[in-house]
Design a protein around this ligand. Structure first.
Ligand code: UDP
Length: 239
């Protein structure tokens, strides 16, 4: 028999780069579709799903400012990039028959809904997948922080951070054969050891709000669903 899912409302955070496939830049529709299917398989378990997608596949504020742009302008461009990714994901999810809403921290009425907390909660209750776009709406932040903020506001039980590897390692597992995966680790350890889970402000906010972060592999087919059924490998950041 099917075990009940481990969580009833979750935040899925993925980087923009997760959508670019092997291209090195931009959006790769078959990859977006693949991730959309992973999301649907978890939605099928009855889990309410929030998503935040980064923008690094299109534009990063820090890169722009390193090349001479004003930081705030570059950051707004980064936030706009996340809106494009959110629309691509919305399209892919709706093709699969899911109901979705894109909600932007920067109002863009012709394109998506503005962020109104109670309305977003209602969408979740109605089993719509809610994709939060434009980060926090503020420069100098990241989409990791946006994911943590919205997860807190939506009372998500955990943030699921989908990456290329199945958890947090003591060193880069792509470069070191002897890298060891943590089953669980505290927020403080992540910060002290400078482990690349999410940026420091996001980790600190998650710690303040006692929001666990579960790092898992999005490259593993069926991986997201397995984790929600209490199977598969991942690292849990909490404490
Ligand atoms: N950004 C921002 N404020 C936010 C979220 C994002 O200014 O609240 C900008 C920032 O320039 C960032 C870019 O949007 O570099 C893309 O987001 P992020 O780097 O988090 O994307 P990811 O690395 O997850 O793809």
């Amino acid at each position: 028999s099917d075990p009940r899912p481990t969580h009833s409302r979750v935040m899925l955070k993925i980087s923009g780069e997760a959508l670019m496939g092997d291209q090195g830049f931009g959006l790769h529709p078959p990859t977006v579709e693949r991730i959309a299917r992973e999301v649907k398989s978890v939605h099928d378990l009855g889990v309410e799903i929030c998503m935040v997608i980064g923008g690094g596949n299109i534009f990063r504020g820090l890169q722009g400012s390193a090349q001479g742009m004003e930081r705030t302008t570059a950051d707004y461009m980064g936030m706009l990039a996340t809106v494009m990714n959110a629309l691509a994901m919305q399209g892919a999810l709706e093709t699969l028959g899911l109901h979705t809403r894109v909600i932007s921290a920067i109002p863009m009425d012709q394109v998506c809904e503005p962020y109104i907390r109670r309305r977003a909660v209602r969408h979740l209750e109605k089993k719509r997948v809610v994709i939060f776009a434009a980060g926090t709406g503020n420069p100098y932040f990241t989409t990791d922080t946006a994911a943590t903020l919205r997860a807190s506001e939506m009372s998500c039980e955990a943030i699921f951070k989908g990456t290329k590897v199945d958890g947090v390692y003591d060193k880069d597992p792509m470069k070191h054969d002897d890298a060891v995966r943590y089953d669980s680790i505290t927020y403080d350890e992540v910060l002290q050891k400078h482990l690349k889970v999410m940026d420091a402000s996001a980790i600190a906010l998650a710690r303040e709000n006692q929001l666990p972060i579960i790092v898992f592999s999005l490259d593993e087919p069926g991986g997201f669903r397995s984790i929600l059924r209490g199977e598969g490998t991942s690292t849990r950041v909490e404490g």
